[in-house]
Design a protein around this ligand. Structure first.
Ligand SMILES: NC(=O)c1ccc[n+]([C@@H]2O[C@H](COP(=O)([O-])OP(=O)(O)OC[C@H]3O[C@@H](n4cnc5c(N)ncnc54)[C@H](O)[C@@H]3O)[C@@H](O)[C@H]2O)c1
Length: 339
């Protein structure tokens, strides 16, 4: 049997998320072969290259010039997304770009246009697209398991990683991150809300900062009004202390509720007339742990076989626009349209 075609991929940015992508490739994306890694930090590039078994580069341009590649997986600070994507477009290489697509809508639209003009395939990495508890929730809602949805809430509590105050992480700077927790990790809670409840029409938000070194918001509270008229809430906290139990999502219908519990033991629970004590529908954790690899496999199938992506890159505008509308609302103290 002939060897199956492989996607020759470079991992660009050897930081935190690169480890999750590499784990995912090893376990869930057998059609990907990582032949190069890139990081401006020479030590980071070298160490990760040894870990992965690929050639290290400290310059994206050099890697694009020298390495035999089909595509690049860009895991760079937000202010470098357009720079990195444009360099790949010029070199006619396909791109998997980590979320958020960009720090503002016009840059995001330039990136989408650049990919089209170059005739290359672009995917925005948002692993929540592959969370099976979220997909199942949408199916349960559509099947009428909780009746008409009347409200929903998303709670994102993200423990703050230790940091060096003499060398602050890029995501602490507004000029490099584009915002705080909402534009960053918050995307992984906004995407499921859209998948489960449809598009968000408008938002009203308040944010605060409790981490002095972090310029962007570390607490966000927002009310989201969906196209359907349903209102829900989005809560995001960069937590700095011990955390109590909380669910990730709660969808309330006229005749029941769906609760997506948090953490390794978390479950997707359905409460309705037939299950007043709650039915354990599935684990809410397993597919989350696998989702980075499933996402990379989706990208490989898209590039190699032209298989449509689970979500086209334009869909990622929704999380970005929601976060940006929240930031506008903080300034205007009014409801702000997302689209
Ligand atoms: N999907 C997720 O769950 C998830 C989680 C974390 C981060 N992210 C996203 O991944 C991206 C990277 O985040 P991170 O947490 O891994 O950041 P990080 O700071 O841990 O890693 C970024 C790496 O990029 C390198 N870098 C900086 N400039 C470079 C350049 N010009 N060329 C090559 N390398 C360069 C840095 O040296 C660093 O090693 C961001 O878009 C972030 O939002 C996604």
């Amino acid at each position: 049997m002939a060897d199956e075609a492989k996607l020759k991929l470079a991992l660009v940015g050897c930081g935190g998320i690169a480890r999750a992508h590499w784990y995912g490739i090893q376990h869930f994306a057998p059609r990907i072969e990582v032949s190069a890694v890139v990081d401006v930090n020479e030590e980071a590039a070298k160490t990760f290259a040894e870990h992965v078994g690929a050639k290290p580069y400290t310059s994206l341009e050099r890697c694009l010039y020298e390495a035999d590649l089909d595509a690049l997986d860009l895991m760079l600070p937000h202010h470098l997304h357009e720079w990195g994507a444009s360099a790949c477009f010029r070199a006619k290489k396909h791109v998997l770009l980590e979320k958020p697509i960009a720090m503002d809508v016009s840059t995001a639209e330039r990136i989408l246009k650049g990919a089209k003009e170059a005739g290359i395939k672009l995917m925005v990495a948002e692993q929540a697209q592959y969370w099976m508890d979220v997909v199942k929730t949408r199916q349960l809602i559509d099947a009428g398991a909780i009746g008409d949805v009347i409200t929903a809430r998303a709670c994102f509590y993200d423990p703050l990683k230790p940091f060096d105050s003499d060398n602050l992480p890029w995501r602490f700077h507004l000029s490099k991150a584009g915002g705080g927790i909402s534009i960053d990790g918050g995307a992984h809670w906004i995407r499921p809300m859209r998948m489960m409840l449809g598009e968000i029409d408008e938002v009203v938000a308040a944010t605060t900062r409790h981490i002095p070194e972090m310029e962007g918001e570390s607490v966000a509270q927002a009310v989201l009004r969906f196209d359907s008229g349903v209102i829900g809430t989005f809560q995001a906290v960069q937590s700095t202390g011990a955390l109590g139990p909380i669910e990730d999502f709660r969808i309330t219908g006229k005749s029941g509720e769906i609760v997506i519990e948090r953490g390794r033991e978390g479950r997707l629970m359905l409460y309705n007339e037939a299950n007043p004590q709650g039915q354990n529908v599935m684990s809410a954790f397993e597919s989350k742990a696998a989702s980075y690899g499933v996402e990379l496999a989706d990208f490989a199938d898209h590039v190699l076989d032209d298989k449509p992506l689970a979500a086209p890159p334009e869909y990622a505008l929704g999380e970005l626009r929601t976060a940006i509308a929240m930031y506008r609302s903080v300034r205007t103290k009014r409801w702000e349209k997302v689209w």
